[in-house]
Design a binder for this molecule. Sequence first.
Ligand code: WT7
Length: 648
Amino acid sequence: MGEIFYPKKELFPYAKFKSMGDYWELVERFKRDYEGTWEAFAREKIDWFQLFDYPLDKSNAPFYKWFVNGKLNVTYQCIDRHLKDKKNKVAILWEGDNGEKRAITYLELYREVSRFANMLKDLGVKKGDRVVIYMPMIPEAVFAMLAVARIGAVHSVVFGGFSAEALKDRILDAQAKIVITADGAYRKGRPYMLKPVVDEALKGVDIVEKVVVVERNGEDICWVKGRDISYNELISNYPDTSQPEVMDSEDPLFLLYTSGSTGKPKGVQHSQAGYILWAQLTMEWVFDIQPNDTFWCTADIGWITGHTYIVYGPLASGATTLMFEGVLTYPDPGRGWRMVEEYQVNQFYTAPTAIRLLHKLGPDEPDKYDLSSLRILGTVGEPIDPPAWKWYYQKVGRGRCSIVDTWWQTETGGHMISPLPAATPVKPGSATFPLPGIFAEIVNENGEKAPVGEKGLLVIKKPWPSMIRTIWGDPDRFIQSYFSRVKIDGKPVYFSGDGAIYDEDGYIWITGRVDDVINVSGHRLGTAEIEAVIKKHPAVAEVAVVGRPDEIKGESIFAYIVLKGEDTIGEEMELVQEINQIITKEIGAIAKVDNFAFVPGLPKTRSGKIMRRILRAIAKGEEIKQDTSTLENPQIVEAIIQIVQKGS
Ligand code: WT7
């Protein structure tokens, strides 16, 4: 299946894996001696205050414990240990929406985090307390996360795009006593506000004692006496040195809320040692991080990608991490490429949705910039369609860079399935193979390995260090969500919620969430699968497919389509036919789309996930009950409703 692209090995003289032989060797070593191999990496990579007794405790599975009785502090791993030889190296490069720039060295980071840690202690934050961080993409957000971790408290970063209601739910669920926020920030040249959202969220909430406010945009906000504290006014009063709290390997490090297929968001709980180990190892293995590299992950710190690959991974590796407040397409679609040139970025990590948007708005923009510093281009979040992949490869990477299509989840803490940049021959659209140490497998409902070409469930057969430890306050839901559906030899294994397929060369192709399955006349169809086919039509820029109740077939297929250019408007009838021809050819007549809506855009979260629930509701003609304020583009919902109503 598909074309193969080989790495340009000369770009990676220091890579850990120089060939697939190197890869298989480590895979085999993990097979022979699973716990011993993890032990060796944990000994080598972590600066322990006290070495662990043994690597893995399985006695209370699936509540696994890693690196038992080890003592450490992840901020020591990310900051203090670099002060010996990298104190003047830039840890964080920051660019504001308006082009403003900051560079923070490791020594400065140590001081900022120390001051903030001292402030939090002074406010009464103790080991184990939860602190909610509701912040824009400014360095103080990183200082806040690390300060919380330094004193042994637990952070819960809530994405700045979430509404007051969503924020309130998370504050209450975590029982946070401190919230760290900012007045607001800038986006596309204009100020936006966060503090008023916090004020709203805290109405009727009495557990939050203090709100620390970083003043970023200087807009007017209200200050609640006795509760609100100005970071800018007070921070210089605190000493700029500190001792990191001694933490157990298994103490919680952070919570990060993520949506399940049912119910309220789940507070995914990660712990200390296993998480930081894998964050650091994947930086080396997947991103080939080298001492002089500048690493750029465009995610928001409100998502796991931002946690692991803006903050913890790069800093644990002693790298320079680039953090950006704005959006890649503002003031023009060359913004991101100009930044790559200016900062000589070596690894660029983004989402397929961003790649498609950049492709659409500025197909030739990359040509205008010197992108020769790039070695690795990363993608994450959804399967990448081959046209977007090829544009990324050819236009951005100029056919030299390795593309790493990294499959993972909030729950996995770090990459699970990904090419290794100097070793893996890649096929556009495939995340390729599990990383060494990760026993990912595609199985059927009975836990048997899926045959080539047959869609199965993606599971991880053995525990791994950076895995989710539990759902905060709801261990039953943890078991129910992840360790109930699939059993192998009678023992529950971690089920990802994703479907996937092996091709004849053993490559893994993620087909998307199995909870997004449509049942048409008794046939199960993956929305991602249908979308991939529709995208093959040259006029289609983006598509989302959902099910709509159908009297005869059970469900019929509804496709929302965004066209690439203006020139196909008025030709929808032809397009409908052409698209259905492609579907009939690629999947079969059973997958033909019954309903089309040609829309100006799709409702998306700011991390680029299409909100299918909203599209399903619109397709059914239901009222939208869901909170749309968290969307990248809330106004699109009304526009789509109008179009669908006119069409039916
Ligand atoms: C879900 C996890 C991990 C950070 C971003 C999202 C999908 C993720 C890929 C990929 C195909 C992917 C899966 C997964 N996904 N990466 N490379 N190819 N699908 O984190 O919100 O926890 O979502 O994103 O469906 O289960 P998340």
